[in-house]
Design a protein around this ligand. Structure first.
Ligand code: OSB
Ligand code: MG
Length: 363
């Protein structure tokens, strides 16, 4: 099959620096994949960033794996499902795989002339939306929560860090006793911190996200028996098999699906199905994606399998000017997936060029 594949490295300034327990991001430094074949231009985004802080992959390792092993698996432009099977022989590197897998979803949906959420199947036609707020001074956090609640976000997630959690959660609950609230620890606790984690039970969180190590299940299962706050796993959920194990041992009752972390949408749908079959809850998270990556998350988040509001806020929450001309808009706490073919984004080529740092031609 005749096609060209490029990886465009963009750096986009964020409206607010985003601070988590692992660090601060002030720019979204993303890899955008662009495939041109038979008159179709398809796009995707790798969710890695400059440093391997959230997981072990970063932009350099992802580009290396795409170039060295994944590109030869797509010479016939396979379906995303076929690619997912082929790519299983690569152990790990889910973010690199996810970028390629989603590129194939966009390509094949465009080939069919249908929007991605329709091709994925079982779309509700909208996604329920919450907001993830990075760490900041307490006053600033309270102010942002207040504005977010007024704009209709269906749940508020705050980032927490060991030693500062009680202060922030108690101040939030004093001011907002009734909001749907969650906290994301991004792995900052250990199993020796059970006493602190028990104190968090007071704040009526819908769930606590990834309190323990980024790949752990066993200690999360132990923690789940000790605290009443439900546990949601993010980093630890990397495959359908791991999801089964997590539910079988009781490590979580909620799953944050990030298609980029799970190696693409094919396995993300499988993860969602397994979680729901086990009586769990599912929502779609994000990695501060540009309008391109965001459109895959919103399509997934519109699935009937997804029953909790996720982190797919409108583009304007993250960037002053995005690289798409049709950003998502939220109404009544919901966002509709795009109706154009594939991911349905209109690329703003001028902005894309403006943010471009380098381009690698891969074939
Ligand atoms: O853990 O969910 C996370 C952002 C970067 C890395 C990890 C996470 C996040 C977020 C923000 O929480 C999600 C978003 O709004 O895109
Ligand atoms: Mg998280």
């Amino acid at each position: 099959m005749d096609f060209s594949l490029k990886v465009i490295n963009v750096e986009m300034p964020m409206l607010y620096p985003f601070t988590t327990s692992f660090g601060t991001e002030s720019n979204r430094n993303a890899l955008i994949l662009e495939l041109k074949a038979g008159g179709i231009s398809a796009y995707s985004e790798c969710v890695t960033s400059v440093r391997p802080d959230y997981g072990y992959e970063d932009n350099d390792t992802a580009l290396h794996i795409i170039r060295k092993v994944l590109i030869e698996m797509i010479s016939d432009l396979p379906t995303p499902q076929e690619f997912t099977e082929r790519a299983r022989k690569v152990k790990g590197d889910n973010m690199a795989k996810g970028a390629v897998e989603m590129l194939l979803w966009d390509y094949h949906s465009k080939l069919k002339g249908k929007p991605l959420h329709e091709v994925l199947g079982e779309s509700k036609g909208y996604a329920d939306v919450g907001l993830s707020i990075g760490m900041d001074r307490i006053e600033a956090t309270l102010d942002r929560i207040s504005k977010a609640v007024d704009s209709g976000y269906q749940r508020i997630k705050v980032k927490i860090e060991k030693g500062k959690e009680i202060e922030i959660l108690s101040k939030i609950r004093d001011m907002f006793p009734d909001i749907v609230l969650t906290a994301d620890a991004n792995s900052c606790y250990s199993i020796n911190d059970i006493d602190i984690l028990k104190k968090i039970d007071r704040y009526d969180l819908k769930y606590i996200e990834q309190p323990l190590s980024y790949d752990d299940l066993i200690y999360h299962a132990r923690l789940a028996k000790e605290i009443s706050t439900p546990i949601c796993l993010d980093e630890s959920i990397t495959s359908p098999e791991k999801t089964k194990k997590a539910f079988e041992i009781g490590a979580c009752s909620v799953v944050n699906i990030k298609p980029g972390r799970i190696g693409g949408l094919t396995d993300s749908i499988a993860v969602a199905r397994i979680a729901r079959e086990h009586g769990g809850h599912v929502w779609v998270g994000g990695m501060l994606e540009t309008g391109i990556g965001r459109s895959f998350n919103v399509a997934m988040a519109s699935s009937k399998l997804v029953d909790y509001p996720g982190d797919t806020a409108p583009n304007s929450r993250y960037f002053k000017k995005d690289i798409v001309k049709n950003p998502f808009k939220m109404e009544m706490g919901r966002i509709k997936p795009n109706s154009g073919a594939g991911i349905g984004v209109e690329i703003d080529h001028e902005q894309l060029l403006h943010y471009t740092k380098s381009i690698s031609t891969l074939n």
